[in-house]
Design a protein around this ligand. Sequence first.
Ligand code: HEC
Length: 479
Amino acid sequence: MTSRKSLPLCGIGLFLVIALALIVLKAPPDGLERGQLSQFLGRFHPLVVHLPIALVLLVAALECAGFFRNGKHLQASASFVLTLAAVTALMAVFLGWLLARSGGYEGRLVTRHMWGGVSLAAALILCCAVRESNAKLYGTALFATVCLMAWTSDQGGKLTHGEGFLTEFMPAKLRAVLGVPPPEKKHTPTSSAVGISPVSAGMVSVTFFASRVAPIFHDKCVQCHGPQKKKGKLRLDTFENVMRGGKDGVIVKPGDPSGSEVFRRITLPRDDKDAMPAEGKPGPTEAEIKVIELWIALGASQSLAAEEVRGAPPLAPPMTASPPLTADYRPRSDKIQALQSELGVRLVPRSQNPTDGLILRTVSARERCDDAALVKLAPVASLIVDAELASTKVTDGGLKTLSTFSNLRSLDLSHTAITSVGVRLLSRLDKLETLNLTATGVDDTGVALLRHKVRLKRLYLFETKCTVQSELQTEKQKR
Ligand code: HEC
């Protein structure tokens, strides 16, 4: 393509960019929703937008290939790819404008992203225009275009995934080097930012709105009614915005839940077209609806303290990680290794979590596993949560040692020579949940004490002299 041939094309491109810029200026995204067809087309923007991104990078790669003697033929196609990049960029901008304009977008990020796109299209047309005539200007322009594209894509990414998406899981060290601020804490009901009202001198109290109502709006509504999207001209991200209302006026009438639009919308049948959240997004739970009702009934106050509200559904208990079963076994790895080779037993981690304890496996060394072996295991006893001692040489003497393995949850002593004398000692094991005494010398006197252990869920007494066998087993298994 010679410069003279490409100039008319560039003229058309320039005309289109100016036209687009005028449209975008005249009709910026305003948070309103319109036209189904334009929304339908607009939603192709995220798909089409990848074309200019890939093509611009390809142009840069082809031009770089031209620096090498055997890459010249590649460079020859750069001009064609550049034209394609400009055309697809124009398409992406137009579709993006449709999406923003019709899909209820507004705000700083959309505006930046949009003008980034318009500038990018313009820059690409400039590149087309100067490529043949001015190599230096072209090189600079192309470099600037690639940078502009990276920035524009980043704005778009933030728009769809949220501002901290790329950096949320950045390692703290890298964060410090790059000067990226620490990630924002996820919204928690007690966070002071959402509003703590002073109740009396020196005392602070969490408000009902901040701790109970705002989290519901944040979870279920703000993705459509917030700073990025403002469907129905309504924002639910702050108290002031909630009270300001939307395109049809106020949505909260203090003291009158059933007369409040917000309450009506969330209590409509889910298939009603006015029901909120829209688009079948997960709606508020019954408890959450109750909270909003109560808040409006009590005057829709911003400052009412949470503790002054009676009858609110209890907060779901916070999710806590399950407590560690034992200490971390890793510091004892050497000892564990030594015991394994000495005794022929295996001490295997119960899970990937190093505080979930070890399982004692003896299948490979049943003959060698006797009372003396258990004594040798004592240094790591507190790490063992599961001991598989079936068919080993363990006797009542060994049970005395076992009764000090205080973290045992599961113990299999089936087919061993133990009797009630030893088993009685096991009632000291407070965490025991499963005990297998199948085919041992145990009788009723041995299990009498075990019967009262609350934690014990499964007790196997097949092939023993126990007469309470069936009763105990069913009774225990019911729990
Ligand atoms: C998936 C997007 C989406 C979600 C999530 C969503 N809304 Fe909406 N909302 C809309 C749209 C679109 C409109 C405008 C159309 C209409 O009025 O039905 C709207 C309108 C409203 C209006 C009417 C505003 C006015 O003045 O006309 C209220 C009230 C409302 N939403 C409340 C809520 C509440 C409360 C939640 C959370 C429980 C919620 N919305 C979640 C999309 C959503």
